[in-house]
Design a binder for this molecule. Structure first.
Ligand code: SF4
Length: 97
């Protein structure tokens, strides 16, 4: 049971090198994405702190999965990556199958 839950857990990260700063992700899911003063989007945790180290991830809250997945689909920079925590396989984003 707990294994199943872990399999379903997702996390998200942004490749800032490709971010255009348009803020579409922030419109979809302001709980998870935020534009910093450098004009680029970062993921943020439930403590409201931005994770700014390259490749840093935050968990995707289940209630926000659709919004986060839509962000990854619509992101003009193709730089939002949503992957399974268990095996790091990307499920939404430019590297998803
Ligand atoms: S949608 Fe993509 S390109 Fe636009 S601000 Fe968010 S991460 Fe950057």
């Amino acid at each position: 049971m707990s294994d199943k839950k872990a399999d379903a857990a997702l996390e998200v990260w942004i490749d800032q090198d490709l971010c255009t700063g348009d803020g579409i992700c922030v419109q979809y899911a302001p709980e998870v994405f935020e534009l910093d003063i450098d004009g680029l989007a970062y993921v943020k945790g439930d403590d409201d702190e931005l994770r700014q180290s390259p490749g840093a991830t935050v968990p995707v809250p289940l209630a926000l999965l659709r919004d986060v997945a839509d962000s990854a689909r619509e992101c003009p920079g193709d730089c939002i990556h949503v992957r399974r925590v268990a095996d790091r396989v990307e499920v939404y984003g430019p590297d998803a199958e």
